[in-house]
Design a protein around this ligand. Structure first.
Ligand code: SF4
Length: 611
């Protein structure tokens, strides 16, 4: 730690965010280090340290000979100000060394509203912001994560992207860089080689062309650059690396517990859900592997809580087998087991009863839409009966707190659908009155509505977003139906979700807006206390970019989409068919009922799509 940082720490919030020195932190000897990687998480320490992808790749890169990977997080606002006042460049936690001393900077990007943090971290590091201004091998900037499924808004700033899961592709690109550095390659030579690795996208090798109406006309690949970049996946998760000896944060973080990923992909096909399609095909870990990993994780970390995570945990075939062994192990160790993402349709009474022995957390369901018609449009595959019977199970089991998540602005949504949300909530209250065994504390229902954001690689990627005025009108309409004291209703502020839609569906012309917004002071946009709408509006103005072009405008089905050269394995034909079925209010049964032919199984060589 530098002396300058030591002097600043007493004057900023949560100084432990900046010091490193945690249990299981990896320190290496610079003598034997050939390549240093600054692993940058574009948000605060508390968020980044709760990210399982970060922990997996930190372990994988540090598992490579001669590679030292160190963590870097976006500082909180008070530290950013102190750094600027005291001319302290951004540093890595393990060594305390400035990021600009590192060979490679790796960003993992999971949320569109963290884009200004990426640019801010480059600026705070003193690393040239634009890829074209970084002329040598040093400070090679690459990125991955779900947001890389539409990398275009970030193309000016990132040298190359790793598309898909990072376990295999990351060591491949890092090994190539080790060779390039040892043999003194030029940056151009390295990028030419790295672009040949499946799953790598080098934006500087592609030239966009636009039509007069502003839509994309073409994206011209340079000779030798792949026309389409297909995502990488890990086929056999049982054999894949998983961090069971991992850093234990020395200050409170968002998910301060052991985290056990049980499978990837989802069988459900909810038509608004990007993760549900872009993480396909479905691949699971065996209960045996998971139990072994859980015990190692808990034994090494000393955590008194473990969560089993996936996109839809109740769809894990071996959930019974796993919890049969994990619950007694947790009971014996006085360890809490939390099982989030349980769907309302297979919310087994039996499992809830068993989980109750450990701790009774709030019941969380995401019906997303209030009417059956709209749930069919979005393919939620969930009936009102299923929701009410799961609530009945839970209320009989002693639950008295329910969280319900909905979206407003979904395609074809009417005021009847908005009213349908309130009607469903009132039916749940009635269900509680009829079935509750626990009445002392009364019933608490938390209703939250998000503002629908059309996302790439989903059947709704062509949809328009309703205007913020219309979203707020629907929020007020819904609120007008809530007269019961036990209902607490919150809705997302529309401005952030509107910008999320711009960056999620944007093309390269959004890059200058990101830069202008960052230089106007935008940072930590995902935090209400820092979100700076003026900085963004001034940026759109100064760059002459109309955000509505990417939000309230519906994209044509014949239009070339800004992300169409990136493939997640799910075909455009399948997405168009699903869109058609949505407008016909037809559901597509989940993959357990039969393969719907999304195309993702073509990514598998050794194993079957494990739906
Ligand atoms: S390939 Fe078939 S079974 Fe697998 S995720 Fe796609 S639709 Fe489902």
């Amino acid at each position: 730690m530098t002396e300058k940082l030591r002097r600043l720490l007493p004057n900023v919030q949560k100084p432990a965010r900046y010091t490193g020195g945690e249990y299981n932190e990896i320190i290496k000897d610079l003598e034997n280090t050939r390549v240093r990687i600054a692993f940058c998480f574009p948000d605060t320490y508390e968020i980044g340290m709760s990210n399982i992808g970060m922990r997996i790749l930190y372990g994988i890169m540090n598992g490579m000979d001669g590679i030292w990977c160190e963590r870097v997080f976006h500082p909180w606002g008070d530290m950013v100000q102190a750094m600027r006042e005291h001319d302290l460049p951004l540093w890595a936690l393990e060594s305390g060394d400035p990021v600009k001393d590192f060979d490679m900077l790796a960003f993992t990007i999971g949320y569109e509203m963290s884009y200004t943090n990426i640019l801010n971290m480059l600026l705070l590091s003193g690393v040239p912001l634009h890829s074209k201004d970084r002329t040598g091998l040093k400070n090679m900037v690459f990125a991955g994560g779900v947001c890389a499924f539409n990398p275009e808004p970030l193309c000016d700033f990132i040298d190359f992207f790793c598309i898909g899961e990072g376990e295999d592709i990351t060591p491949e690109v890092v090994s190539l860089y080790v060779r390039a550095k040892a043999e003194n390659w030029t940056k151009e030579a390295f990028l030419r080689q790295v672009s040949q690795i499946p799953g790598v996208y080098v934006p500087s090798f592609y030239t966009p062309e636009y039509n007069d109406d502003g839509t994309m006309k073409a994206l011209h690949p340079a000779p030798g650059a792949p026309k389409t970049v297909l995502k990488r996946i890990v086929e056999d998760l049982d054999k894949a690396y998983y961090p069971t000896k991992t850093i234990v944060a020395s200050t409170e973080i968002v998910h301060d517990r052991a985290n056990l990923e049980i499978f990837r992909g989802c069988i459900r096909g909810c038509r608004f859900c990007q993760a549900g399609f872009s993480c396909r095909p479905v691949r699971k870990k065996s209960a045996e592997t998971l139990l072994k990993q859980a015990k190692e994780l808990l034994t090494d970390s000393g955590h008194n809580e473990i969560t089993i995570s996936s996109l839809s945990t109740s769809d894990y075939r071996q959930l019974r087998e796993l919890t049969d062994q994990l619950i007694p192990y947790c009971e014996a160790g006085k360890i809490n087991l939390s099982v989030p993402s349980l769907r309302a349709d297979n919310f087994s009474k039996e499992l809830t009863a068993r989980l109750q022995t450990l701790r009774k957390s709030s019941l969380t369901f995401a019906p997303e839409a209030g009417t059956q018609r709209l749930r069919d449009v979005i393919n939620k595959n969930l009936t009102e009966e299923e929701i009410l019977s799961s609530c009945e199970n839970a209320f009989r089991g002693g639950w008295s707190s329910v969280k319900l998540y909905f979206m407003l602005g979904l395609p074809t949504e009417t005021d009847e659908d908005v009213k349908g949300i309130a009607e469903l909530v009132h039916k749940i209250i009635l269900c509680w009155k009829e079935n509750a065994t626990q009445r002392k504390k009364g019933l608490r229902i938390h209703v939250a509505t998000a503002y629908f954001v059309p996302k790439p690689h989903t059947p709704f990627q062509w949809e328009q977003q309703i205007t913020t005025e219309e979203y707020l009108r629907r929020c007020r309409l819904l609120k007008s139906y809530f007269y019961c004291k036990s209902i607490e209703y919150n809705y997302h502020t529309p401005d952030i979700s509107r910008l999320e839609a711009v960056t999620a569906r944007g093309d390269r012309r959004v890059g200058p807006v990101l830069e202008a917004a960052t230089k106007n002071g935008a940072m930590l946009d995902g935090w209400d206390e820092y979100f700076n709408l003026q900085a963004w509006n001034a940026a759109f103005e100064s760059c002459g970019v109309d955000p509505d072009f990417y939000t309230t405008r519906g994209f044509g089905e014949e239009e070339l989409l800004p992300w169409e050269h990136i493939s997640v394995g799910v075909t455009k034909k399948f997405l168009l068919r699903e869109r058609k079925r949505a407008y016909a209010e037809e559901i597509t049964p989940d993959c357990r009922q039969g393969c719907a032919g999304c195309g993702a199984s073509n990514l598998l060589r050794e194993v079957e799509c494990d739906a």
